[in-house]
Design a protein around this ligand. Structure first.
Ligand SMILES: [Zn+2]
Ligand SMILES: [Zn+2]
Length: 204
């Protein structure tokens, strides 16, 4: 019996959005569950999330919390850590959810061996279906685990991200395309988009 309080229907929605079932998505479902409990849902509150890496988990967080990259209330840092911060602007309440690192030797040897082989020389058909079965099982176990077994709740390291106002656009003097004012560069007094700026730097 699954311990998660996220409904079957919501889980199916997350799988449909993400495209497959995997341990990373399961982790994201549990992160979202904890964030909804502690901070609330972005549709009802002014909430901003910061994910420290771009993993499968992020897709579940987008479906379940209402914090999305497109709306600008989900920011991806790409620093490769399993940390997810949620900030509620109304009262400044904020948490950072951090995945507990595996204990040395944790997880079946078979899983770790197959994972390593999959990353290196690749798997045979039999190994691939065994690995898939183990991944399914791992995802299911994440859904059934206690939240405090999976995560630690800490204080966010970073301050709440500022509101993202609509950015004015400028026209790049080189390619003629529009570029957000905040991303435009100046070179010899000409306004350039980042791509044209980089090309000019390489030419110089
Ligand atoms: Zn995935
Ligand atoms: Zn340009």
């Amino acid at each position: 019996m699954a311990k998660t309080t996220v409904s079957e229907e919501k889980i199916r929605e997350a799988i449909a959005f993400h495209g497959h079932w995997c341990p990373g998505l399961a982790t994201g479902i549990r992160v979202a569950e904890l964030a909804l409990k502690e901070i609330g849902k972005a549709e009802d509150e002014d909430i901003v999330a910061v994910a420290e890496s771009d993993t499968c988990a992020v897709d579940a967080i987008q479906v379940l919390t209402g914090c999305t990259v497109g709306k600008g209330n989900l920011i991806l840092l790409g620093i490769g850590k399993m940390g997810f911060s949620f900030y509620r602007r109304r009262d400044g309440r904020a948490i950072r959810i951090v995945g507990r690192p595996p204990k040395p030797g944790e997880g079946p040897d078979e899983y770790r061996t197959l994972q390593a082989k999959s990353n290196n020389e690749g798997l045979t058909e039999t190994e691939a279906s065994r690995f898939e079965a183990l991944r399914q099982e791992r995802g299911r176990r994440i859904l059934e685990a206690d939240l405090d077994e999976l995560f630690e709740i800490k204080e966010p390291i970073r301050p709440v991200p500022p509101h993202a106002p609509m950015k004015r656009s400028l026209t790049c003097a080189e390619c003629g395309e529009s570029v957000m004012e905040t991303k435009a560069r100046l070179s010899d007094g000409r306004t350039l988009c980042p791509d044209c700026f980089d090309r000019e730097i390489l030419r110089a």
